[in-house]
Design a protein around this ligand. Sequence first.
Ligand code: ADP
Length: 789
Amino acid sequence: MSEVEHGHRPNADLTDFFDAELGMLCIRDTDGFFRRVNPAFQTVLGYAEEELLQQPIRSFMHTEDVTRTEAILAGLAPGSSAPTFEDRWRCADGSWKTLAWSASRSEDGEYVYAIARDVTAARKAEADLRRAMEVSEEANTAKSEFLANMSHEIRTPMNGIIGMTELTLDTNLTDQQREYLEMVQSSAGALLDIINSILDFSKIEAGKLELDRIDFTLWETVTGALKPLALTGRNKGVELLYDEGPDVPERLRGDPGRLRQALINLVGNAVKFTESGFVRLTVHRVRSTGDRIRLRFEVADTGIGIPPEKLEHIFGSFNQVDGSMTRRFGGTGLGLAITAGIVDMMGGEIAVQSEVGHGSIFAFEADFDHALQPPPRASQPTAELEGLRVLAVDDHEANRRILAEFTRRMGMRAESASSGQEALEVIAQAQEDGDPIQLALLDCHMPGMGGFEVAERIREDPRHENMLMVAFTAAGQPGDGARCEELGISSYLLKPLAPVELRDALLLTLEKGPVSDARGQLVTRHSLREARLALNVLLAEDNRVNQRLAVHILERFGHTVHIARTGQEAIDAVEHEHFDVILMDIQMPEVDGIEATRQIRAREDGSERRVPIVAMTAHAMVGDRERFIEAGMDDYLSKPISRDRLREVLRGVGRGGTPTLPAQIPEAESDEWVDGETFSTDRLLEQADGDMELVRTLVEVFDDDRPGLLREIEDALDASDAEALERAAHTIKGALGVFAAEPARRRAERLEHMARDRRVEACRQQYPALKRAVLGLHAALHDFVGRGG
Ligand code: ADP
C-alpha cells in the first residue's frame, strides 16, 4: 500500500474495485480519521465522502460503542486481524445502523483496512424473534402455571365421578346398566390418566414439580413398577427381565413415586412397542460420593425401534413417531417428556439409542441420598444359603444368566439349564456324582416341558425327595397355588425378581423345608411380604409403658419403630421421614392426636402421598369415630394394644391397602376382670405374649415412671389445676391398663372424669384410694415377676 502512504492515487484497477464494491470498504489512520472510504458508505449512511473524511470517526459512532471499538483497534498488532465486531453508526437522517466489521492492521502499523456490512435488518429481526419467543414463553408458562394450579380442581371432580360410579356399581343394577356404568368407569379412568399426564407435564414446564426426599426401598419401587408390566408382556410373549448390579443399595433417599413413574413410562413404552423378544431393565451404581449415590437405569427392548430423524425430538412434548401407531397403541406423547423432566430434576439426563427393527435402549442416571434408616434386614446372614447347589431352569438365556448371577452372589453354587429336559439330565447327573442339586428354580412357562412338568418328574423319583423347588411365573393362573402344593413346590413367585426378594424367598423356603412336610405353607408374594413386612412405623404415644409394649410387639413383627412423644413431634417426624403407617395416640400433651393428624393431612394436600394413620385410644367415646374421620384417620386400635388386631391392621397396610375405620368402634371391654384381683395375670401375660422378660421390662419402666406420675397428680391437686389433673390421671390410667390392673385403672379413670368435670375437690378425696391401689399394684407386680410368673 505504498501509494496510500505517499498520498498517491492508487492504481485504476483497485479504484474500480473500491468504487464498485457493495460492502463498505475503508482505510483509517492512527489519528482516528478515515483516509479513504468507498461509495457504499454514502449509500448506507447517507454522508458525502468529504464529510466522512473530515470528521473524526468516533463522532459518527454511538457513544456507548466508541470505547470498545477503539480498544479492539488499539489492540490490533501490525499485520494481524481482529475477530468480527459490531457497533452502531448514526446516519445522516438521524437513524441508527448496526455495522459488522472485519479489520486488519497494515504491516507497518500505520493504517487499518476495514470492511463493514450493514446488519441492521438482521439484528432487528433477531431481536423481534427473541421478543416474540419471550412473549410466547411467558404465555406458555402462564398456561402451564394455570394448569398446575388447577390440578386439584380438575382431579377432585374426576375422583368424584370415579368414586360415585364405583359405589353405584355396588348396587342392584340391570345387566345393561352395569355394562354402561362399567364403560363410564373405564372411560373416566382413561380420562384421569390423560389429565394426570397433562398436569404432570404442566407442573414440570411451570417449574412446579417438587421431588420428595424420603427413605425408600429401591427394589420394591422397581419391581412394583415391573410386575404388572410383566403380565402384559407375558400375554404377548415378551419376557420382562430385571438385572441389578451387585453394589446397588437396598435403601435410598429420594422420590420413589417419581422414579416409579419414570420407569413405568420407559418400560411401558418398551413393552408396548415390542412384539417379541424381551424388555430388560438394568440398574447399576455409577458412583457414590460422600452423601450421594448415582445410579444408572437402562431399559432395553427388542422392539420396532425408532427412525433416526425422530430420535432427536423424541423427548419433546406431544411427540409421537407415527400418528397411525398412536391410533394403534394409544398414548398422549407426553410420557417421555415427563420422564425427561423427572430425570432432569434428579440430576441426570436421559438418552436413547435405537435402530429400526432391532429395538431401543433408553438410559438415564439419577442422584439419590443415602437412606437415613438402614434396610430392616441388611445384615441378614445368608450363611444358610452358602454353598447350596442350585439349578436355574429357564428357556430365556438372559434370565438364566441373571438367576445364576444372583444366586452366586449369595454364595450358592449355581448351574443352569435351558429346558426341562436338560434340567432333568443335570439333576440325574448331579445325583450320580453324589453332589445332588438341592434347590431347583423353575420357570413355569417354557416351550416343551414347563416348570410344573419338571417338578412332577422330579417328584416321581424318590431320590430327589429333599430337593427344594421354587417356581416363577410372569402371570399366575388360578389353581397354580394348589398345583404347587400338590407337586411339593415350596415357593411360587412372580417375575421379575430383585435379588433381595429372591434371597428372602429362598431363606423362607429353606426355613419351611419341603412342602411335603408342611402343607399349605407355600411361599408366595403374599407370604413373602408378610414375612418381610418390615414397615417403618411412627408411634406417637406419650405413655412410656404403652410405648414399651407397642415397640416390643412391633419389633417382634419385624418393623422399625420411631417414637414421637407429642403430636408436634409426630408432625415434625413426618416432615423428615417417610413412614408406612402412623399409630397415633389420641390424648397427648400439647398437640393431641386429632390435631396432629389434621396438620399432617393438611401438609399432604396436593401431593400423591397419604400415610395411613391409625387412631389409638383406651376408651373410645360416642362421636369419636366421626372425629377420627373428620381429622383424616384411617383406622382404629383400642388400648392396651391387642397384638392380633395390631397385626391385622399392619398387614393391611403392608399389602398396600388403605385401612378403613371399622363401622363401629367397640367400647373397651372390662368385664373379664375378677373382682378383688389387683391385676389380671392372664391378661398381662397375654399382652406380653407370654414373654416374662417383657413383663419385667414393663414393670421396671413403670417403677421408674410411677413416682413421677403420682407427683404430677399431687402437684395438679396442689395447684387446683383441673386440666393438668385430667392429663396426669389419663397418663397413669394408660399404664395401669397395660398391666390389666382393673381396680386401679378404674380409680384413675374416675379421677380423670372428675377432673374433666372440673370437680377438683372430689378429686382430692378420690386420690388417696388411687395411690393405695397403685402402690398395692407395685407390690403385686413385684411379687409376680419375682416368682417368675
Ligand atoms: P406415548 O404416551 O404416546 O407413548 P411417549 O412420550 O411415551 O408418548 O412416547 C413418544 C413416542 O416415542 C411413542 O409414541 C413412540 O412412537 C416412541 N417410542 C417411545 N418408546 C419407544 C420404544 N421403546 N420403541 C419404539 N418407539 C418408542
